[in-house]
Design a protein around this ligand. Structure first.
Ligand code: CUK
Ligand code: CUA
Length: 699
């Protein structure tokens, strides 16, 4: 491979200019907003978190870039930047060198090749030992990985350790290969229960558990965009329910009450008026954010709890009493600088049985048909000896939170603070001051976002800014002084800027402890360039050998953008091979049962079947304007013989797995000839598999 370093330099320089321009614009925007606000946010009295009107995150971005520029010998704009004087962050030169190494390696090859070469030799050293983790052609993987698809709205299924993508499950978006959003049931789910949006933003796929272990029944996933929760049936690998959660914009965290999936929790992120019907638009103080408890069987919202501040991610304790949510914006600001002003934010610990008691005692307000319990700090339900929500203050906008497999601790990752906070779960009920439940606060590195577990007492935390995964010992962190780096065992570079990471069965009480995937937000130079939108990079590690340390096995480019994943052993999922006709509500159409019925002048009902290489009717004649209901079964019993019925220019494609039946209703509003055909290549005569649909013009 040859690279023109000048071209690369130019590209980098241009990018920097653009960024300067962008941040100048952003500042101008901030100033405008601040000017129109009554209190003038620029002179916040919390002081050092805003330096020259710039937030910590801006400063971090600037410093990363400065280090990158310094590494390239251009010095760039470093001198113009304010010095980084942030008490909580205590950033050393070393921190920035580490951050800079990743940024430097990615920001053009020129000048940084040595860093890149070092990393590459490090990686290939890792990869050399990975033969035992390869999966030969025809062999099966050991694990299912369920990855969210972010703003594609879907779930992706990959095999581990091969990282081969096995399937995609559309959730919040119509998708023609699986006919999702084309047949009556799924389109009704998207349009009616789901609110009629064309997309969603899936972040957190969580598989249902029984007795703190995966039971393979369902997968739940949130829609951060439109405030929804969906359920995927893991027998058919198909979305079977969507709930549009009221009083809530942006369901972010998604997880469940354990040990037996008694409830599914949606963690409300954006604060909005409740209900959000035009009231209080100019009164941010009146906005609220809620935790929603959803019944996993009915998918109804059982209750909600309103809290102070934004929430973010969540996780449930193993014993069923506590649920934890991180949050930011306890300031309840509406601009970035307002939201990042305070140096503390809260982990909220929800006492689930106490909330049920409040609901049963009628201590709620019904809003949009849902009981909403007041869990804000000043609520009367938080007085007395059984508060429903305990607020544990932790440094600076904690992001991820996850409960250790032994159920002893909830660990929150600091995001804008280099520490993780270890909360003793049993202590929460006992201490007078929730702060006393904090039993450890190790310094892990820059930009800690999410933490996973191997079941051997180790935590693995992604460091977004350092572009690393840190492995640390959480019991050692309980023993150590706050701020100590001692509990950190090892750090491994990832490429680059990881968000979530997930270890095999990390969310259960007994993780397998062998594999870990780091879901890196930026892939930069790791793959062939494919235009300005890059793939992300999901990196697989073997973590099963504590003596050898973390071993990087492979890179997998990922379409934007996975946020989180669940890794489930293959023996815990039992997918169907064909459909079972008892499992759906509409009637199967067997061979010989086909019918064409004109119910009235403009209503037609067609029941037909498909098999290799024909449809029950080679020809169907309709009148323009007919309202047509078409029900069709795939009568094949052989697995993997899939048909479809695609109707050109009518925007219809029903996918038909063996023994499946789907229905669609459409208006025959275009006269003409339409060759309905099978879109799944099913046999040598697949191309001949078609039915001529004649729509005769209305005179
Ligand atoms: S969030 Cu995306 S990287 Cu939705 Cu779990 Cu942290
Ligand atoms: Cu059936 Cu192609």
């Amino acid at each position: 491979m040859t690279t023109d370093p000048n071209a690369s330099d130019e590209r980098t320089a241009r990018t920097d200019e653009q960024r300067d321009e962008q941040s100048a614009n952003a500042n101008a925007g901030d100033a405008k907003t601040a000017g129109s606000a009554a209190d003038g946010t620029e002179t916040a009295d919390d002081g050092p978190e805003i330096v020259d009107g710039r937030t910590i995150e801006h400063l971090l971005t600037d410093h990363e870039r400065d280090i990158a520029a310094t590494a390239e010998g251009t010095e760039a704009t470093a001198a113009k930047r304010p010095s980084l004087d942030l008490p909580r962050l205590e950033l050393g030169r070393r921190d920035f060198m580490k951050a800079g190494a990743a940024v430097g390696a990615m920001s053009g090859l020129a000048g940084c090749t040595s860093i890149l070469a070092d990393e590459e030799s490090n990686d290939s050293g890792d990869a050399a030992a990975s033969g035992e983790h390869s999966v030969a052609p025809g062999e099966h993987d050991e694990y299912y990985g369920f990855l969210s698809g972010g703003h594609t709205g879907e779930i992706r299924v990959v095999g581990l350790p091969s990282m081969r993508e096995l399937m995609r499950i559309p959730v919040f978006q119509a998708e023609s290969a699986r006919g999702f959003g084309h047949d009556a049931k799924s389109s009704q789910m998207l349009e009616e229960e789901g609110g009629g949006y064309t997309w969603g933003d899936t972040h957190h796929p969580r598989v249902s558990q029984t007795d703190n272990d995966y039971d393979g029944r369902w997968l739940f996933v949130n829609d951060k965009a439109n405030g929804r929760m969906a359920r995927v049936d893991l027998e058919y690998f198909e979305t079977d329910a969507i709930t549009n959660v009221p009083n809530c914009q942006g369901v972010h965290g998604a997880c469940m009450q354990l040990p037996d999936t008694q409830l599914v929790f949606g963690v409300g992120e954006f604060r909005v008026p409740m209900p959000n019907d035009g009231r209080d638009v100019q009164s941010p103080d009146e906005y609220g954010s809620v935790l929603s408890a959803i019944n996993p069987e009915t998918m109804d919202v059982e209750w909600q709890v309103e809290v102070d501040g934004n929430m973010d991610n969540g996780d449930g304790g193993k014993e069923g009493r506590w649920f934890f949510a991180t949050g930011y914006n306890s300031e309840e600001g509406v601009t970035e600088s307002e939201m990042a002003r305070s140096d503390r934010d809260y982990v909220k610990a929800f006492d689930i049985p106490a909330i049920w008691d409040a609901v049963e005692a009628g201590n709620y307000e019904e809003i949009s048909g849902v009981p909403v319990v007041d869990g804000t700090m000043d609520s009367s339900l938080n007085e007395g000896d059984r508060p429903i929500v305990r607020y544990v203050a932790t440094p600076k906008s904690p992001h991820g939170i996850s409960v250790t497999p032994d159920g002893n601790y909830a660990i929150a990752s600091g995001k804008l603070d280099p520490s993780c906070t270890v909360i003793d779960i049993d202590a929460i009920a006992e201490v007078d001051d929730p702060q006393e439940s904090i039993v450890g606060q190790p310094r892990i590195g820059m930009g800690p976002l999410h933490t996973a577990y191997d079941g051997r007492g180790h935590a693995y935390t992604t460091l977004f800014i350092d572009s690393q995964v840190a492995k640390w010992d959480y019991e050692a962190a309980v023993e150590a002084e706050a701020g100590s780096e001692e509990p950190v065992i090892e750090k491994h570079d990832v490429h680059y800027n990881p968000g979530h990471l997930i270890a095999s069965e990390s969310y259960t009480a007994s993780p397998q402890g062998d594999y870990l995937v780091s879901l890196n937000k930026l892939s930069k130079d790791r793959f062939l360039p494919v235009g300005p939108i890059h793939p992300e990079n999901d990196q697989l590690f073997h973590i099963g050998d504590d003596d050898a340390g973390m071993e990087l096995i492979k890179d997998k480019p990922s379409y934007p953008e996975p946020h989180d994943a669940s890794i489930v052993h293959k023996d815990k999922i039992e997918p169907a091979k064909t459909w079972d006709t008892d499992d759906y509500e509409i009637d199967y159409v067997a061979e010989g049962e086909e019918s064409f019925e004109r119910v009235d002048d403009s209503t037609v009902e067609i029941e037909m079947w498909a098999r290799r290489n024909e449809y029950a009717f080679p020809e169907v004649t309709l009148q323009e304007g007919d309202e047509v209901t078409l029900r069709i079964s795939n009568v094949e019993t052989t697995s993997d013989v899939i048909h479809s019925i695609a109707i050109p220019e009518y925007d219809i494609n029903l996918a038909l797995a063996p023994q499946d039946t789907r229905e669609v209703t459409f208006t025959a509003d275009q006269p003409g000839v339409f060759w309905a055909y099978c879109a799944y290549f099913c046999s040598a005569l697949h191309l001949e598999m078609r039915s001529r649909i004649l729509v005769e013009p209305d005179e």
